[in-house]
Design a binder for this molecule. Structure first.
Ligand SMILES: [Zn+2]
Length: 80
């Protein structure tokens, strides 16, 4: 999708998140529960913002783990 992989130039997480959300506004993402150690076949797929909301809601409601938006964004970034 893009070849910008060096995020270390961003010293502040906040700036990084703004940057990421701007380049990924139209981006797609996929998060699978089973990739994060859950015995669960739930998959959230679609627009990144929706995936973050839906996966976060699922892990909180079904697994009792409340991931922050920031943590979920990291999950998505690490998959790229
Ligand atoms: Zn799950």
């Amino acid at each position: 999708m893009n070849d910008l992989t060096d995020y270390s130039i961003f010293t502040h997480k906040h700036d990084l998140l703004i940057f990421i959300s701007s380049i990924y506004t139209a981006g797609m993402a996929k998060l699978k529960c089973s990739d994060y150690g859950f015995e669960c076949d739930y998959v959230a797929e679609g627009q990144i913002e929706d995936v973050i909301v839906e996966f976060g809601k699922h892990t909180e409601e079904v697994h009792g783990i409340d991931y922050s938006k920031e943590a979920l964004m990291q999950f998505i970034l690490r998959k790229k």
